[in-house]
Design a protein around this ligand. Sequence first.
Ligand SMILES: Cc1ncc(COP(=O)(O)O)c(C=O)c1O
Length: 448
Amino acid sequence: MRPATTLLRVAFYLSGDPFMNYNPFMTVNNRLMMGEYAVSDLARTYQTPLYLMDEALIRSKMRTLKKIESQAHLKVECMYASKAFLNLAMAHVVKEEGLSLDVVSGGELYTAIKAQFPPERIYFHGNNKSPQELQMALDYQVGTIVLDNPYEVETILACQPKHPVTVMLRVNPELHHIDTHAYITTGHHDSKFGMSLLDNETEELIKRLTHDERFNLKGLHVHLGSQIQDIKTFLEAVEVLLGYYRHLNQSEKIALPWLNLGGGFGVAYTEHDQVLDLEFALPQIIAAVESMCLNKQVPLEKLLFEPGRSLVANAGITVYEVQAIKSTPSGKQYVFVDGSMADHIRTALYQAKYEAALVDRMDEPKSKVLTIAGKACESGDILIHDLKLPEPKVHDYICVFTTGAYHYSMSSNYNRLTRPAVIFVNQSELRVVNERESYEDLLAKDRL
Ligand SMILES: Cc1ncc(COP(=O)(O)O)c(C=O)c1O
């Protein structure tokens, strides 16, 4: 069960950059490892489908962010965008590693509070926060509410807050060329998120919030999209935003002290993906912001980032069992696994691409081109198209890489399928952080 030593693992992390690849895990004797465990042993013990997350890798990425914060001249605050993956254990990890937390719903907020996450380090986002959610944020004394639109201002006032409410405003800097899928691009004119910087209403709202003593407007927030692959996109947004800060300063005498650049740093799903590694990207963006602030005479106090995917995606894999292999008359070969779009929705949703491997046959040549299909009653229930693999056999375990973000958090009970368990592996330690759902769980909220 534990053939790899901790020493081996450390050496592995130091030898090259495991974060730049879709597979940051070791192979020992043809077997894929996570921490000191062979993945197939975990699959056998905890059953499949199974989400496995490398907690050590997640923590090491978070420590990198803390180091970057400590080395910047400007005050930098990094938070984790919990929509990527959140449960009590994850909120604990974020708390212990000292990052702040981005939540977008009452449910995410409740999870954070139940994990004793410090509320002052929580940022409450979302384009349509309900009155109940905003009241909850005020009751829990959430540090910052990131406003999306003027209605939220009225909703907050209707809650009759007892203290000035610290807010930021989400805006769209109107960059139009961002190279990502349309569904995951957000920083443009017709986006459902935030307010356009070209819209007069935006400036009116900024003036109103600045002069209303019931609010403490700290600055603007942008999230440019997901899977952004170059720093240029961030720098262009910074140029536009700091230009806007300068304009506000000069024409309205409004000095906004914070700027939040959001998340969206690209990760590797396949060997063709360009990674925007946080360790490489953040220092460059921070340095550029520092120098642009000097040039434009914008006195910024704090710069914020909120990556989600890039902290957890590559740390996670989903393990399935091969249950059948079927060929069509035209020669297409399907590999049926015991999961589905209910635990892996991104292929159907965004035509996302993935890599996978037979976890006990890692060194074998990939001689076949196959389609990995799930068990849901949807022809769109394909996990991976045209995947190269060794010839699979029924009962082989297969793992899909890069499933730590937007998998468990996007999972459903479609077809009354039960959600898999989630296990955190930290070198030799292992804990189940989400139990596998049972049929009883499925019925728990049903009423006759
Ligand atoms: C406001 C905001 N911040 C951060 C993120 C995290 O993005 P990513 O997981 O791509 O880093 C998102 C993702 O949708 C977002 O909407």
